[in-house]
Write a new protein. Structure first.
Length: 209
């Protein structure tokens, strides 16, 4: 109900002019009884708590500092890149979502990531403190072409902050070189497996005598 029951309960509590208000919340996420920020409800209940707690005390709470994330990318060779996410703001980024979109090919990201579709990946970054930096290693293969990275971060009070997008290109020769290397590694693995079978057969023949 998007917090409507929670709001009605708060309003009734404030109207009764109580000496104090007790908020009960459980960390059993499957019960759906938490006030903390969550995947299902976002920051909705945390923001409602702030709103009604300030009304109850008759106070205007100060605004919470926001994060300010900056993206940069560095080529590491062999189809590998380092994507850096730096928080230049005064507040922490409690969670950030990065969208990695490419023209084609394949990409592997070290970290919490999920495939959105055949050319887009969603990367989760749980927390970046003010002045902190996170480095993500990305490996590309195939004809990748152009890559665009954009995203959004959230402050401790659930305010959204968009990240300035960056765009870079993965040279075809690098991607093809990596693809060729992977193909050679695959052929080598097949050759080793075949040799193992031959040696095992030869051993059986020799031990029979």
């Amino acid at each position: 109900n998007d917090g409507s029951y929670y709001e009605r309960t708060w309003s009734a509590a404030i109207a009764s002019e109580p000496d104090f208000v007790l908020i009960t919340t459980w960390n059993e996420w499957h019960e759906g009884t938490e006030v903390e920020a969550s995947r299902e409800y976002g920051f909705r209940y945390l923001q409602l708590t702030r709103k009604h707690a300030s009304q109850y005390k008759g106070l205007e709470l100060p605004s919470y500092p926001k994060p300010s994330l900056r993206l940069s990318v560095e080529e590491a060779g062999g189809g590998e890149y380092r994507l850096r996410v730096r928080n230049e703001g005064e507040g922490p980024s409690v969670v950030a979502h990065l969208y990695l979109r490419r023209d084609g090919g394949f990409a592997v990201v070290e970290g919490y990531s999920v495939e959105v579709n055949t050319t887009t990946m969603l990367v989760f970054i749980p927390y970046i403190e003010p002045g902190g930096e996170v480095e993500l290693k990305i490996s590309f293969s195939g004809e990748v072409g152009s890559v665009a990275v954009e995203g959004v971060a959230w402050s401790a009070m659930g305010e959204e902050v968009k990240l300035p997008a960056i765009v870079f290109s993965v040279p075809v020769e690098e991607a093809e070189a990596r693809k060729s290397f992977e193909r050679e590694v695959g052929l080598l693995a097949i050759a080793i497996a075949a040799l193992s079978v031959i040696l095992a057969y030869a051993y059986r023949v020799l031990t029979r005598k």
